[in-house]
Design a protein. Structure first.
Length: 198
């Protein structure tokens, strides 16, 4: 079964995690991984997300998907990575028993915009961040977490506090140069919002 028929609901892989990474040049990225000894799959068109993709499996069977939009050149220059092969953004997946309720929470409380929604999937955007809210299955059980950098952690904290988000404490400045706070969503997935400082 190829990438063109893949499903987030029923992935055909032994691992329990899938990580999606967008890149500027999927062909160059695949070539670089092969040169380092990896065994990437062939590049395939995945129509339901309008991307050309390949995958690599780690030793535990977890899957890394690398994709590039069919519409190359439409990405904002501010989101392009200056590193070779253009890895730009991770795409975290968080599992839920009730995806529609999770979509409402991310929209109404955490300030995300609905990019795409169906019963078992919510694609949520806020600024340059995209998060997939997926159905909890045997392949995707437990809870998830991710962290993101923000430009003004205190302003975001005030916004989410006013929206009655489940915040685990006020922003804290750490000696390693990060000021952050943690939010739990309605099913316990954990999000850490961090701002760098000197």
């Amino acid at each position: 079964m190829g990438l063109a028929t893949l499903s987030l609901e029923n992935p055909q892989h032994p691992g329990t995690m899938i990580l999606f990474l967008q890149c500027d040049d999927v062909v160059a990225a695949r070539t670089a991984f092969r040169a380092r000894g990896a065994s990437p799959s062939e590049i395939e068109k995945v129509n339901w997300i309008k991307m050309r993709m390949f995958e690599i499996r780690d030793p535990d069977g977890n899957v890394l998907w690398f994709g590039q939009s069919y519409h190359k050149g439409q990405d904002s220059p501010s989101r392009r990575d200056s590193q070779p092969h253009g890895l730009r953004q991770a795409l975290p997946e968080l599992p839920f028993d009730n995806v529609p309720a999770a979509v409402r929470y991310y929209r109404d409380v955490l300030g995300f915009r609905i990019n795409y929604q169906q019963d078992d999937l919510g694609v949520m955007d806020r600024d340059a961040i995209t998060v997939l809210l997926i159905a909890r299955t045997e392949q995707h059980k437990g809870i998830g977490s991710f962290g993101t950098y923000v430009s003004d952690v205190d302003a975001l904290y005030a916004e989410l506090l006013a929206n009655n988000a489940r915040i685990l404490g006020e922003p804290v400045s750490h000696p390693w140069g990060l000021r952050n706070f943690i939010v739990l969503d309605l099913e316990g997935n954990r999000i850490t919002f961090s701002q760098t400082f000197e």
